[in-house]
Design a binder for this molecule. Structure first.
Ligand SMILES: Nc1ncnc2c1ncn2[C@@H]1O[C@H](COP(=O)(O)OP(=O)(O)OP(=O)(O)O)[C@@H](O)[C@H]1O
Length: 657
């Protein structure tokens, strides 16, 4: 019996007629969906329909102690995956999606990303503490990726349960060196937000996590043979890896399986000499590896740059200098530390905040999401007398309400019944001697605010589950995008805590409100997209400079890093390569003939445009000039010839703008 019903027409925007029909036939008549939905989805629907028990309903998340125990059991996975989770959430933040990490059973352990979407997702229990295996939640990206052991995207009503039809999710399983599933990385959001770029970024982040875990886990008596077509990829997450014990292959990563065209089962147990015809002695540091002739497929080069990693010897990482012709330039991987743009006003605020902090007075930072409140707080800490002490950042909105007390105040050993847990100091005690940064303090539950206020007054903290009061020495910095004054007036934030926090307030302006907004945007773009490697067409640059950046610096950095990750080295980024909302915004302000050729090859075109939709002449000229420059690959002389004007006229026009 099928447990989900077909969908009515008031469904999701992404629902296609074919999908609708396929669901109807499958759920009502039991017709096989083959050919109407992707094969992975069809297979999963079949599996789900054969499940013995009903899949409907919204499950309750685990209690906090049980979730903490599940997290503890995946300490290594989380250590390697959480930085990527944060980076991915940051890179995708303009899209209102969330990034999830689940364990090998599909239990969601951690989430990062858009608060707006997280709140929506909670309604269907897509949150930490809930298991999203296929058996529990039907076809879904996390569960189906785990079952199929393959990356997958599940959009809208491809989900088995109709109640999950508003979700778009893409997930990549994280595999260990023996093909075992270590966990799964997932991005979920509105189905329209899951674009090809999102899928690519999830897979890339998954590869990075797998690579880091693999290098951290080289068992005793095992060597790793690393190889890649391009020597520059050796040491990166894109290198191929084979684990070798007694000259026999015992493990492989995905890149190795792809490079050799073999599955893990086909590789396991093979002698490595079977694959490579000239395997060099292990004491050589640099060598070229030749693939055995019988494995070489048409068009595949037989030569690889390669190197060894000895057992447990991270220091033995080889940097290879094999001379090899390579047509592929190495793609720039977005740097994890983009530059911070500083202006005089911000610098003055920072210096004053340092003086205040050094006197032990709390600093409250206000501003829209993404204006750099945490960045600012970290800079103040760095310049303060507490710079040698810790900077402990806690995002009050990201921690589920039931966990926040334990996270902040810590707990004693055995504090939770039935849990085999050691105690935990808690973030407040971890900030001893330094700074405690409470981000999104406006989202802190009222009961927690009362406890925090007591800690600020007494400088003492008591962990959950008993124990004695311990004295703590920290200075508080807080941030929020909410109007705390109004919240306090409406009783949604404790007034006594508000008055304690508002002695020194830093109000960081939105990016669009900066007097030099365009210059700042340009400076950041130039640093992240260095002109030697990538070019921005004049139209694309204009669109980026003119955009209002509602997600502020975070959105700008994420867009620039995504462009860098996706563009081929040396290529020119065009308007069409920019995210939809930026293109749409630019087009709204520059209603123009679509391409230079239409304006240039048909001299009357601009007048036709003028009669149907009046556009200022200056704007039309701008667009024609930028389009001409773009179509000539940035060459102003050629663009001038194309437009039939002198080069100096064009320069003058561009400079005057
Ligand atoms: N002055 C700056 N120059 C360049 N990039 C910046 C600047 N400030 C912030 N950023 C970028 O924006 C990102 C977001 O900054 P941050 O987390 O401090 O914002 P926030 O205001 O705390 O956001 P939220 O309120 O959503 O937590 C940073 O990781 C950094 O990449």
């Amino acid at each position: 019996m099928h447990q989900s019903r077909p969908v009515d027409s008031a469904g999701i925007a992404t629902l296609s007629t074919t999908l609708q029909l396929a669901r109807q036939r499958f759920f009502e008549d039991g017709s096989d969906p083959q050919g109407s939905v992707p094969e992975l989805i069809a297979r999963s629907w079949r599996r789900c329909s054969a499940l013995p028990c009903s899949l409907s309903g919204t499950p309750e998340p685990l209690a906090q102690e049980a979730l903490l125990a599940r997290r503890d059991a995946q300490g290594q996975l989380r250590r390697h995956a959480l930085p990527e989770l944060e980076a991915l959430a940051e890179a995708l933040s303009p899209s209102r999606v969330m990034v999830l990490l689940a364990d090998p059973q599909g239990m969601i352990l951690d989430a990062a990303g858009s608060d707006v979407f997280m709140n929506k997702a909670q309604r269907v229990a897509l949150m930490p503490g809930v298991e999203w295996s296929e058996v529990q939640r039907g076809t879904n990206a996390i569960g189906t990726a785990l079952t199929e052991c393959s990356p997958i995207t599940v959009l809208g009503l491809q989900h088995y349960l109709e109640q999950n039809g508003a979700l778009g999710c893409t997930a990549a399983p994280l595999l260990g060196s023996e093909g075992q599933v270590l966990g799964v990385l997932d991005v979920s959001g509105d189905p329209r937000c899951i674009q090809a770029q999102t899928v690519g970024l999830v897979r890339m982040a998954g590869q990075m996590i797998e690579h880091r875990m693999a290098m951290d886990n080289c068992p005793a008596h095992t060597e790793i043979l690393r190889f890649a077509r391009d020597p520059a990829l050796i040491g990166s997450h894109r290198e191929a890896l084979l684990w070798i014990r007694n000259a026999t292959i015992v493990g492989a990563n995905r890149a190795a399986m792809r490079a050799l065209g073999m599955t893990f089962e086909q590789l396991r147990g093979r002698f490595v000499d079977d694959l490579f015809s000239a395997l060099p002695a292990t004491d050589r540091e640099q060598f070229e590896l030749a693939l055995h002739p019988w494995l070489v497929r048409p068009g595949q080069s037989a030569s690889w740059a390669s190197g060894w990693v000895g057992p447990k010897s991270a220091s033995n990482r080889l940097t290879l200098a094999v001379e090899q012709e390579s047509t592929e330039q190495v793609r720039q991987i977005p740097s994890s530390k983009p530059p911070i743009i500083v202006d005089p006003q911000r610098e003055a605020q920072r210096q004053r905040a340092v003086r205040v902090l050094d006197c032990g007075i709390p600093v409250l930072i206000l501003g829209e999401s993404g204006v750099g409140k945490e960045v600012f707080a970290r800079q103040v800490h760095q310049a303060s007398q507490r710079s040698q002490g810790p900077f402990v950042a806690v995002n009050c909105a990201a921690i589920p309400e039931g966990l926040i007390e334990a996270e902040l105040f810590g707990y004693e050993e055995g504090a939770f019944t039935g849990a085999r847990r050691k105690g935990q100091a808690g973030q407040i005690r971890e900030a001893h001697g330094g700074v405690l940064f409470l981000d999104e303090i406006g989202d802190m539950p009222l009961s927690m605010q009362a406890r925090l206020l007591r800690v600020l007054q007494d400088h003492e903290v008591k962990a959950l589950g008993g124990g004695r009061q311990q004295s703590v020495d920290f200075v508080l910095m807080c941030a929020t995008h909410r109007d705390l004054r109004r919240m306090a007036a409406e009783g949604r934030f404790r007034s006594d805590l508000y008055y304690r926090l508002q002695h020194f307030v830093v109000d960081l302006p939105a990016l669009r409100e900066h007097a030099d907004a365009k210059a700042h945007i340009d400076e950041l773009l130039q640093t992240i997209l260095p002109s030697g490697r990538l070019r921005l067409s004049p139209q694309a640059r204009d669109a980026l400079l003119d955009y209002s950046w509602p997600g502020n610096w975070r959105q700008l950095v994420a867009v620039a890093q995504t462009l860098l990750a996706l563009a081929e080295p040396g290529s020119c980024i065009e308007l069409a390569d920019l995210p939809n909302e930026i293109r749409r915004d630019w087009r709204t302000h520059h209603q123009q003939p679509p391409s230079p050729s239409s304006a240039l090859t048909r001299p009357d075109a601009e007048w036709e445009g003028a009669t149907t939709s009046p556009v200022p002449l200056r704007a039309m000229t701008d667009t024609a000039i930028h389009a001409a420059i773009a179509s000539c690959g940035g060459n102003v002389s050629r663009a001038a010839r194309l437009l039939g004007v002198h080069r100096s006229t064009l320069y003058r026009h561009v400079i005057q703008k």
